[in-house]
Design a binder for this molecule. Structure first.
Ligand code: F3S
Length: 422
Protein backbone atom coordinates (compact mmCIF):
# COMPACT_ATOMS: atom_id res chain seq x y z
CA UNK A 1 0.00 0.00 0.00
CA UNK A 2 1.28 3.45 -0.89
CA UNK A 3 1.33 5.77 2.12
CA UNK A 4 1.82 9.53 2.19
CA UNK A 5 4.53 11.05 4.40
CA UNK A 6 1.87 12.00 6.94
CA UNK A 7 0.51 8.44 6.99
CA UNK A 8 3.98 6.92 7.34
CA UNK A 9 4.64 9.28 10.22
CA UNK A 10 1.46 8.15 11.97
CA UNK A 11 2.35 4.50 11.39
CA UNK A 12 5.86 5.05 12.78
CA UNK A 13 4.61 6.64 15.99
CA UNK A 14 4.93 10.39 15.33
CA UNK A 15 1.53 10.93 16.91
CA UNK A 16 1.76 8.36 19.68
CA UNK A 17 1.17 4.65 20.10
CA UNK A 18 -2.63 4.66 19.70
CA UNK A 19 -2.45 6.45 16.36
CA UNK A 20 0.37 4.10 15.29
CA UNK A 21 -1.80 1.09 16.18
CA UNK A 22 -4.71 2.62 14.28
CA UNK A 23 -2.60 3.17 11.18
CA UNK A 24 -1.17 -0.34 11.42
CA UNK A 25 -4.70 -1.74 11.60
CA UNK A 26 -5.82 0.27 8.56
CA UNK A 27 -2.80 -0.83 6.52
CA UNK A 28 -3.41 -4.50 7.36
CA UNK A 29 -7.11 -4.13 6.59
CA UNK A 30 -6.45 -2.25 3.34
CA UNK A 31 -3.86 -4.75 2.14
CA UNK A 32 -6.24 -7.64 2.79
CA UNK A 33 -8.77 -5.87 0.57
CA UNK A 34 -6.26 -5.01 -2.15
CA UNK A 35 -6.56 -1.26 -1.55
CA UNK A 36 -3.64 0.69 -3.04
CA UNK A 37 -3.95 3.70 -0.78
CA UNK A 38 -5.99 5.32 1.97
CA UNK A 39 -8.74 7.94 1.56
CA UNK A 40 -8.79 11.03 3.72
CA UNK A 41 -11.98 11.14 5.77
CA UNK A 42 -13.26 13.82 8.10
CA UNK A 43 -16.54 12.23 9.06
CA UNK A 44 -16.70 8.97 10.99
CA UNK A 45 -19.87 7.34 12.32
CA UNK A 46 -18.99 4.44 14.57
CA UNK A 47 -19.68 2.82 17.85
CA UNK A 48 -17.63 3.04 21.00
CA UNK A 49 -20.22 3.53 23.72
CA UNK A 50 -22.51 0.55 22.96
CA UNK A 51 -22.37 -1.71 26.05
CA UNK A 52 -21.64 -5.43 25.85
CA UNK A 53 -20.45 -8.09 28.29
CA UNK A 54 -17.04 -8.21 26.57
CA UNK A 55 -16.66 -4.46 26.88
CA UNK A 56 -17.66 -4.54 30.55
CA UNK A 57 -14.94 -7.16 31.16
CA UNK A 58 -12.27 -5.10 29.42
CA UNK A 59 -13.27 -1.92 31.25
CA UNK A 60 -13.02 -3.81 34.55
CA UNK A 61 -9.53 -5.01 33.55
CA UNK A 62 -8.05 -1.70 32.43
CA UNK A 63 -10.60 1.06 31.96
CA UNK A 64 -11.88 2.50 28.69
CA UNK A 65 -8.33 2.69 27.32
CA UNK A 66 -8.19 -1.09 27.51
CA UNK A 67 -11.61 -1.51 25.87
CA UNK A 68 -10.77 0.88 23.02
CA UNK A 69 -7.32 -0.65 22.48
CA UNK A 70 -8.62 -4.21 22.20
CA UNK A 71 -11.96 -3.63 20.45
CA UNK A 72 -11.28 -0.62 18.25
CA UNK A 73 -7.53 -0.89 17.62
CA UNK A 74 -7.01 -4.66 17.71
CA UNK A 75 -4.10 -4.11 20.11
CA UNK A 76 -2.99 -6.40 22.93
CA UNK A 77 -1.45 -3.44 24.75
CA UNK A 78 -3.48 -0.89 26.68
CA UNK A 79 -2.86 2.45 24.97
CA UNK A 80 -3.72 6.01 25.95
CA UNK A 81 -6.59 7.21 23.79
CA UNK A 82 -6.00 10.73 22.45
CA UNK A 83 -8.73 13.07 21.14
CA UNK A 84 -10.24 11.94 17.85
CA UNK A 85 -8.41 13.47 14.88
CA UNK A 86 -11.55 13.98 12.77
CA UNK A 87 -15.24 14.62 13.57
CA UNK A 88 -16.72 11.39 14.85
CA UNK A 89 -20.22 10.54 15.99
CA UNK A 90 -21.64 7.70 18.02
CA UNK A 91 -24.40 5.81 16.23
CA UNK A 92 -27.22 4.00 18.04
CA UNK A 93 -26.28 2.45 21.37
CA UNK A 94 -28.05 0.95 24.38
CA UNK A 95 -30.99 2.47 26.26
CA UNK A 96 -30.26 5.30 28.68
CA UNK A 97 -31.31 5.98 32.27
CA UNK A 98 -34.56 7.65 31.20
CA UNK A 99 -35.92 4.52 29.46
CA UNK A 100 -37.93 3.68 32.59
CA UNK A 101 -39.55 0.28 32.57
CA UNK A 102 -37.64 -1.00 29.53
CA UNK A 103 -36.20 -4.40 30.49
CA UNK A 104 -32.57 -3.54 29.94
CA UNK A 105 -29.68 -4.28 32.35
CA UNK A 106 -28.97 -1.42 34.79
CA UNK A 107 -25.25 -2.21 34.64
CA UNK A 108 -25.29 -1.51 30.89
CA UNK A 109 -26.97 1.85 31.50
CA UNK A 110 -24.16 2.78 33.92
CA UNK A 111 -21.46 1.44 31.59
CA UNK A 112 -22.82 3.48 28.71
CA UNK A 113 -23.02 6.61 30.79
CA UNK A 114 -19.31 6.20 31.70
CA UNK A 115 -18.47 5.56 28.06
CA UNK A 116 -20.28 8.71 26.95
CA UNK A 117 -18.23 10.79 29.40
CA UNK A 118 -14.95 9.16 28.32
CA UNK A 119 -15.52 9.48 24.57
CA UNK A 120 -17.25 12.86 24.81
CA UNK A 121 -14.03 14.24 26.34
CA UNK A 122 -12.20 12.88 23.29
CA UNK A 123 -14.46 14.63 20.82
CA UNK A 124 -17.04 11.97 19.97
CA UNK A 125 -20.46 13.54 19.34
CA UNK A 126 -22.97 11.34 21.14
CA UNK A 127 -25.73 11.52 18.53
CA UNK A 128 -26.92 8.05 19.60
CA UNK A 129 -28.94 7.32 16.49
CA UNK A 130 -28.83 5.13 13.41
CA UNK A 131 -29.86 8.24 11.42
CA UNK A 132 -27.02 10.70 12.04
CA UNK A 133 -28.03 12.42 8.80
CA UNK A 134 -31.25 13.55 10.51
CA UNK A 135 -29.50 15.36 13.32
CA UNK A 136 -26.76 17.44 11.81
CA UNK A 137 -24.21 14.95 10.49
CA UNK A 138 -24.55 15.47 6.74
CA UNK A 139 -21.53 14.73 4.56
CA UNK A 140 -21.59 16.37 1.14
CA UNK A 141 -21.70 14.71 -2.27
CA UNK A 142 -18.43 13.01 -3.18
CA UNK A 143 -17.06 13.20 0.36
CA UNK A 144 -15.20 10.10 1.58
CA UNK A 145 -16.52 9.05 4.99
CA UNK A 146 -16.26 6.00 7.25
CA UNK A 147 -19.66 4.91 8.49
CA UNK A 148 -21.11 1.80 10.11
CA UNK A 149 -24.79 0.70 10.28
CA UNK A 150 -26.28 -0.68 7.09
CA UNK A 151 -29.28 1.67 6.93
CA UNK A 152 -27.07 4.73 7.46
CA UNK A 153 -24.48 3.54 4.93
CA UNK A 154 -27.04 3.01 2.16
CA UNK A 155 -28.55 6.45 2.88
CA UNK A 156 -25.13 8.17 2.86
CA UNK A 157 -24.08 6.57 -0.43
CA UNK A 158 -27.38 6.76 -2.28
CA UNK A 159 -29.22 9.85 -1.05
CA UNK A 160 -26.31 12.07 0.01
CA UNK A 161 -23.81 10.88 -2.62
CA UNK A 162 -21.12 10.49 0.06
CA UNK A 163 -18.76 7.52 -0.31
CA UNK A 164 -18.42 4.82 2.28
CA UNK A 165 -18.23 1.07 2.58
CA UNK A 166 -20.06 -0.63 5.44
CA UNK A 167 -17.32 -0.25 8.03
CA UNK A 168 -16.92 -1.98 11.38
CA UNK A 169 -16.13 -1.15 14.99
CA UNK A 170 -12.37 -1.48 14.53
CA UNK A 171 -12.03 0.33 11.21
CA UNK A 172 -14.15 3.29 12.36
CA UNK A 173 -12.19 3.50 15.61
CA UNK A 174 -8.93 3.59 13.64
CA UNK A 175 -10.39 6.09 11.16
CA UNK A 176 -11.35 8.44 14.00
CA UNK A 177 -7.74 8.61 15.21
CA UNK A 178 -6.12 8.94 11.78
CA UNK A 179 -8.65 10.54 9.42
CA UNK A 180 -8.04 7.69 6.98
CA UNK A 181 -9.85 4.60 5.66
CA UNK A 182 -8.80 2.10 2.96
CA UNK A 183 -9.77 3.36 -0.48
CA UNK A 184 -11.65 0.51 -2.11
CA UNK A 185 -15.23 -0.50 -3.02
CA UNK A 186 -17.70 2.38 -2.85
CA UNK A 187 -14.90 4.97 -2.64
CA UNK A 188 -14.17 4.43 -6.35
CA UNK A 189 -16.50 6.06 -8.89
CA UNK A 190 -16.40 3.02 -11.16
CA UNK A 191 -17.78 0.86 -8.33
CA UNK A 192 -20.75 3.16 -7.92
CA UNK A 193 -22.42 2.65 -11.28
CA UNK A 194 -25.69 0.74 -11.44
CA UNK A 195 -25.70 -3.00 -12.10
CA UNK A 196 -29.43 -3.88 -12.28
CA UNK A 197 -32.48 -2.02 -13.59
CA UNK A 198 -35.65 -2.61 -11.56
CA UNK A 199 -38.93 -1.20 -12.85
CA UNK A 200 -42.00 -0.67 -10.67
CA UNK A 201 -45.03 -1.56 -12.77
CA UNK A 202 -47.45 -0.31 -10.13
CA UNK A 203 -47.52 2.93 -8.16
CA UNK A 204 -45.07 3.14 -5.25
CA UNK A 205 -46.30 6.09 -3.20
CA UNK A 206 -46.93 5.26 0.43
CA UNK A 207 -44.36 4.76 3.17
CA UNK A 208 -45.34 1.09 3.35
CA UNK A 209 -44.93 0.65 -0.39
CA UNK A 210 -41.42 2.13 -0.37
CA UNK A 211 -40.54 -0.48 2.26
CA UNK A 212 -42.10 -3.33 0.27
CA UNK A 213 -40.32 -2.21 -2.90
CA UNK A 214 -36.99 -1.93 -1.06
CA UNK A 215 -37.41 -5.39 0.44
CA UNK A 216 -38.10 -6.83 -3.04
CA UNK A 217 -35.10 -5.06 -4.58
CA UNK A 218 -32.68 -6.14 -1.82
CA UNK A 219 -33.72 -9.75 -2.15
CA UNK A 220 -33.38 -9.54 -5.93
CA UNK A 221 -29.94 -7.96 -6.28
CA UNK A 222 -28.36 -8.83 -2.89
CA UNK A 223 -25.11 -6.80 -2.78
CA UNK A 224 -25.33 -5.20 -6.21
CA UNK A 225 -26.35 -1.63 -7.13
CA UNK A 226 -29.92 -1.31 -8.39
CA UNK A 227 -31.28 1.56 -10.48
CA UNK A 228 -34.96 2.03 -9.70
CA UNK A 229 -37.46 3.32 -12.25
CA UNK A 230 -41.16 3.04 -13.05
CA UNK A 231 -44.25 4.36 -11.33
CA UNK A 232 -42.39 5.90 -8.44
CA UNK A 233 -43.76 8.97 -6.66
CA UNK A 234 -41.17 11.52 -5.54
CA UNK A 235 -39.96 10.13 -2.20
CA UNK A 236 -39.18 12.20 0.89
CA UNK A 237 -36.49 11.58 3.53
CA UNK A 238 -38.74 9.17 5.43
CA UNK A 239 -39.53 7.09 2.33
CA UNK A 240 -35.86 6.95 1.32
CA UNK A 241 -34.65 5.78 4.70
CA UNK A 242 -37.32 3.05 4.70
CA UNK A 243 -36.45 2.00 1.13
CA UNK A 244 -32.73 1.74 1.90
CA UNK A 245 -33.12 0.02 5.27
CA UNK A 246 -35.48 -2.58 3.77
CA UNK A 247 -33.12 -3.22 0.83
CA UNK A 248 -30.17 -3.58 3.21
CA UNK A 249 -32.15 -6.15 5.26
CA UNK A 250 -33.35 -8.58 2.60
CA UNK A 251 -30.05 -8.07 0.75
CA UNK A 252 -26.80 -6.25 1.41
CA UNK A 253 -27.39 -3.14 -0.69
CA UNK A 254 -25.06 -0.23 0.08
CA UNK A 255 -25.98 1.97 -2.87
CA UNK A 256 -29.04 2.46 -5.07
CA UNK A 257 -29.88 5.06 -7.69
CA UNK A 258 -33.22 6.74 -8.32
CA UNK A 259 -32.83 8.65 -11.59
CA UNK A 260 -33.94 12.23 -11.21
CA UNK A 261 -33.85 11.98 -7.42
CA UNK A 262 -30.49 10.75 -6.10
CA UNK A 263 -27.40 12.83 -6.88
CA UNK A 264 -25.37 10.41 -8.98
CA UNK A 265 -28.25 9.54 -11.30
CA UNK A 266 -29.44 12.57 -13.26
CA UNK A 267 -30.61 10.04 -15.89
CA UNK A 268 -30.88 6.26 -16.21
CA UNK A 269 -27.95 6.24 -18.63
CA UNK A 270 -25.80 8.25 -16.22
CA UNK A 271 -26.64 5.84 -13.38
CA UNK A 272 -25.20 2.97 -15.45
CA UNK A 273 -22.41 4.97 -17.07
CA UNK A 274 -23.60 3.85 -20.50
CA UNK A 275 -25.23 0.55 -21.37
CA UNK A 276 -28.62 0.06 -19.74
CA UNK A 277 -29.54 -3.58 -18.93
CA UNK A 278 -32.92 -5.22 -19.38
CA UNK A 279 -35.32 -4.30 -16.58
CA UNK A 280 -36.76 -6.69 -14.00
CA UNK A 281 -40.39 -5.85 -13.22
CA UNK A 282 -42.06 -5.34 -9.85
CA UNK A 283 -45.81 -5.77 -10.19
CA UNK A 284 -48.82 -6.77 -8.07
CA UNK A 285 -47.71 -10.42 -7.76
CA UNK A 286 -44.23 -9.45 -6.53
CA UNK A 287 -45.71 -6.89 -4.09
CA UNK A 288 -48.07 -9.55 -2.70
CA UNK A 289 -45.20 -12.05 -2.31
CA UNK A 290 -43.06 -9.56 -0.39
CA UNK A 291 -45.98 -8.55 1.85
CA UNK A 292 -46.80 -12.18 2.63
CA UNK A 293 -43.18 -12.95 3.39
CA UNK A 294 -42.93 -10.09 5.88
CA UNK A 295 -46.17 -11.27 7.47
CA UNK A 296 -45.50 -14.98 7.54
CA UNK A 297 -44.10 -14.59 11.06
CA UNK A 298 -47.45 -13.54 12.49
CA UNK A 299 -50.09 -16.04 13.58
CA UNK A 300 -51.95 -14.68 16.59
CA UNK A 301 -54.12 -11.59 16.07
CA UNK A 302 -53.57 -10.33 19.61
CA UNK A 303 -50.81 -7.73 19.55
CA UNK A 304 -48.83 -6.95 22.74
CA UNK A 305 -46.37 -4.44 21.39
CA UNK A 306 -46.19 -1.92 18.54
CA UNK A 307 -42.91 -0.51 17.35
CA UNK A 308 -42.52 2.53 15.09
CA UNK A 309 -39.35 4.34 14.07
CA UNK A 310 -36.87 1.98 12.44
CA UNK A 311 -34.63 3.53 11.21
CA UNK A 312 -35.13 6.14 13.93
CA UNK A 313 -38.23 8.21 13.26
CA UNK A 314 -38.22 11.52 11.43
CA UNK A 315 -40.18 14.46 12.80
CA UNK A 316 -42.82 13.79 10.14
CA UNK A 317 -43.26 10.25 11.45
CA UNK A 318 -43.54 11.43 15.05
CA UNK A 319 -46.06 14.09 14.10
CA UNK A 320 -48.07 11.55 12.10
CA UNK A 321 -48.10 9.14 15.05
CA UNK A 322 -49.33 11.95 17.30
CA UNK A 323 -52.08 12.80 14.81
CA UNK A 324 -53.21 9.16 14.66
CA UNK A 325 -53.18 8.84 18.46
CA UNK A 326 -54.95 12.11 19.30
CA UNK A 327 -57.80 11.41 21.74
CA UNK A 328 -57.24 7.63 21.74
CA UNK A 329 -55.77 5.24 24.25
CA UNK A 330 -53.48 2.28 23.56
CA UNK A 331 -54.10 -1.26 24.81
CA UNK A 332 -50.75 -2.61 23.64
CA UNK A 333 -47.38 -1.06 24.47
CA UNK A 334 -46.37 1.50 21.84
CA UNK A 335 -42.76 2.61 21.43
CA UNK A 336 -41.57 5.13 18.86
CA UNK A 337 -37.80 5.07 18.43
CA UNK A 338 -36.27 8.45 17.58
CA UNK A 339 -33.02 10.39 17.71
CA UNK A 340 -32.76 12.16 21.07
CA UNK A 341 -32.30 15.52 19.34
CA UNK A 342 -35.58 15.07 17.46
CA UNK A 343 -37.34 13.93 20.61
CA UNK A 344 -36.42 17.31 22.08
CA UNK A 345 -38.17 18.97 19.12
CA UNK A 346 -41.17 16.64 19.53
CA UNK A 347 -41.33 17.61 23.21
CA UNK A 348 -41.33 21.32 22.38
CA UNK A 349 -43.85 20.88 19.58
CA UNK A 350 -46.34 19.08 21.80
CA UNK A 351 -46.21 15.75 19.88
CA UNK A 352 -44.73 13.88 22.82
CA UNK A 353 -47.53 15.06 25.12
CA UNK A 354 -50.19 13.74 22.70
CA UNK A 355 -48.41 10.39 22.31
CA UNK A 356 -47.93 10.02 26.06
CA UNK A 357 -51.53 11.02 26.80
CA UNK A 358 -52.54 8.07 24.62
CA UNK A 359 -50.23 5.78 26.59
CA UNK A 360 -47.43 5.56 24.01
CA UNK A 361 -43.86 6.71 24.41
CA UNK A 362 -40.95 8.07 22.44
CA UNK A 363 -37.65 6.34 23.28
CA UNK A 364 -34.22 7.54 22.22
CA UNK A 365 -30.71 6.12 21.68
CA UNK A 366 -31.52 2.51 20.82
CA UNK A 367 -34.19 0.09 19.60
CA UNK A 368 -35.44 -3.40 20.50
CA UNK A 369 -33.19 -5.10 17.93
CA UNK A 370 -30.09 -3.26 19.10
CA UNK A 371 -30.72 -3.71 22.81
CA UNK A 372 -32.54 -7.02 22.60
CA UNK A 373 -35.34 -5.55 24.68
CA UNK A 374 -39.11 -5.47 24.29
CA UNK A 375 -41.89 -5.00 26.84
CA UNK A 376 -42.06 -7.91 29.31
CA UNK A 377 -44.22 -10.75 28.08
CA UNK A 378 -44.31 -9.67 24.41
CA UNK A 379 -45.38 -12.54 22.20
CA UNK A 380 -46.58 -10.63 19.12
CA UNK A 381 -45.46 -7.27 17.83
CA UNK A 382 -46.52 -5.07 14.92
CA UNK A 383 -44.36 -2.60 13.06
CA UNK A 384 -44.36 -0.32 10.02
CA UNK A 385 -40.65 -1.10 9.46
CA UNK A 386 -39.66 -3.85 7.04
CA UNK A 387 -36.26 -3.99 8.76
CA UNK A 388 -37.67 -4.67 12.23
CA UNK A 389 -40.13 -7.21 10.81
CA UNK A 390 -37.15 -8.92 9.18
CA UNK A 391 -34.88 -9.05 12.25
CA UNK A 392 -36.86 -8.89 15.48
CA UNK A 393 -38.63 -12.28 15.34
CA UNK A 394 -35.24 -14.02 15.09
CA UNK A 395 -33.61 -11.82 17.76
CA UNK A 396 -36.39 -11.99 20.36
CA UNK A 397 -38.32 -15.11 19.32
CA UNK A 398 -41.60 -13.21 18.87
CA UNK A 399 -44.21 -13.06 16.13
CA UNK A 400 -44.37 -10.07 13.78
CA UNK A 401 -46.93 -8.18 11.74
CA UNK A 402 -45.93 -5.61 9.13
CA UNK A 403 -48.22 -2.89 7.82
CA UNK A 404 -48.92 0.81 7.52
CA UNK A 405 -48.34 3.27 10.33
CA UNK A 406 -52.11 3.70 10.69
CA UNK A 407 -52.63 -0.08 10.92
CA UNK A 408 -49.92 -0.28 13.59
CA UNK A 409 -51.50 2.54 15.62
CA UNK A 410 -54.89 0.82 15.30
CA UNK A 411 -53.28 -2.40 16.55
CA UNK A 412 -51.86 -0.51 19.52
CA UNK A 413 -55.29 0.95 20.32
CA UNK A 414 -57.34 -2.23 19.86
CA UNK A 415 -54.70 -4.83 20.77
CA UNK A 416 -55.53 -6.71 17.55
CA UNK A 417 -53.94 -6.91 14.12
CA UNK A 418 -56.29 -5.98 11.28
CA UNK A 419 -53.78 -5.09 8.60
CA UNK A 420 -54.22 -6.09 4.99
CA UNK A 421 -52.75 -5.38 1.58
CA UNK A 422 -55.10 -3.48 -0.67
FE1 F3S B 1 -32.01 1.79 13.79
FE2 F3S B 1 -32.52 -0.23 15.32
FE3 F3S B 1 -33.67 -0.03 13.02
S1 F3S B 1 -30.58 0.72 15.07
S2 F3S B 1 -32.18 0.95 11.74
S3 F3S B 1 -33.94 1.38 14.75
S4 F3S B 1 -32.84 -1.91 13.86
Amino acid sequence: MILTDDERGMRDGAEGPAVAAAMDLLVRYGEALGAEHLCEVRNVAGTTTQPSPAKARLVAEGGWERAFSVINLDSDETLDVPPMRVPTCQLQQGFGADAHGVPYPAEFVDLQSDAEAFYGRRGVNILATCTPYQVGNLPVRGEHVAWMESSAVVYANSVLGARTNCEGTASTGAASLTGRIPCWGNHHVTNRLGTHLVRADLPVRSFRDWGLFGYFVGDLVQEARPVLVGELARPDLTDLKHLGAAAASSGGIELFHLPGVTPEAPTVEAAFGGRVPEAVGYGPAERRTVYDRLNDQGDREEVDFVLLGCPHASLDQIREAARLLEGRHVEAELWIMAPRALKAVADRSGYTAVIEAAGGRILADSCPAMSRAAPEGTRVFATDSAKQAHYLPAILGIEAWFGTTAECVDAAVTGRWRGELR
